[in-house]
Design a binder for this molecule. Structure first.
Ligand code: PGA
Length: 252
């Protein structure tokens, strides 16, 4: 069965709750359009805007958190747990984003704990991997990405694999306007699928792999034409409703 396309906006530390609400309302017709074309559509607001976005967005719109803790509760100042997200009807969480890996000590081992906790709660982890410019220039992309996948998914079963979504985002391409060629995107996503097969067996063929890094309306179609790229994780170009609309229209 073909993998369903997914367009996910990562808002990072942008939008007040009022702005998130405005976007969620404006995006309602888009959610219908996406559904009619068998495309999954989503956004990842900050914690503070999750509730209002979930309440105002169309039901079919995925509203994802940008992080979570793996413990249910406890003395972890500044953290938010999975049951707290579930209560808000938030069922998706982005993990291992390169900005969190770089600034918040989010390691693949830590992501592994979070992925297991999310799966145990029947939620969807969107696990991000990608190499830095230095690693890319040293020809270490596959070594780095392979290790991030193997460590992040350690101990997962074939059944677990069915609920996973992966995003490949070369760090040197995030927010820089420097795009990875479609050849690179396909080559690395194909490699990721092979590593996924080692980790979770047959379900690897069902796992959606998104490409991310300076994705815009002008280039999204080319990325999605790659056989192993099933969607996009988009930062900057997902913030304005006009550009988000164009991203969707390009892949219909
Ligand atoms: P960008 O960010 O689209 O602004 O490059 C992508 C991401 O970090 O997910």
């Amino acid at each position: 069965m073909a993998r369903r396309k997914l367009l996910m906006g990562n808002w990072k530390m942008n939008k007040t709750s009022a702005e998130a609400k405005e976007f969620a309302i404006a995006a309602k017709p888009l959610a219908q359009l996406a559904k009619a074309n068998k495309i999954d559509l989503g956004v990842a607001p900050t914690y503070l805007s999750l509730q209002v976005t979930r309440a105002k967005a169309a039901k079919s719109m995925i509203v994802a958190a940008q992080n979570c803790h793996y413990k249910e509760s406890g003395a972890y100042t500044g953290e938010v747990s999975i049951p707290m997200l579930k209560e808000m009807k938030i069922n998706w969480v982005i993990l291992g984003h390169s900005e969190r890996r770089a600034y918040d000590n989010e390691t693949s081992e830590k992501c592994n704990l979070k992925i297991k906790a999310l799966l145990a709660n029947d939620m969807t982890p969107l696990y991000c991997v990608g190499e830095t410019l230095e690693e890319f220039e040293a020809g270490k992309t596959k070594e780095v990405v392979g290790e991030q996948i193997r460590k992040g998914l350690e101990g997962l079963s074939e059944e677990d694999g069915k609920k996973l979504v992966i995003a490949y985002e070369p760090v040197w391409s995030i927010g820089t306007g420097k795009n990875a060629s479609t050849e690179i995107a396909q080559d690395v996503c194909n490699f990721i699928r092979k590593v996924l097969k080692e980790c979770v067996g047959k379900s690897a063929s069902k796992i959606r792999i998104l490409y991310g890094g300076s994705v815009k309306p002008e280039n999204i179609k080319a990325y999605l034409s790659c056989p192993d790229v099933d969607g996009a994780l988009v930062g900057g170009a997902s913030l304005k409703i006009d550009s988000y609309t164009k991203l969707l229209e390009e892949i219909i």
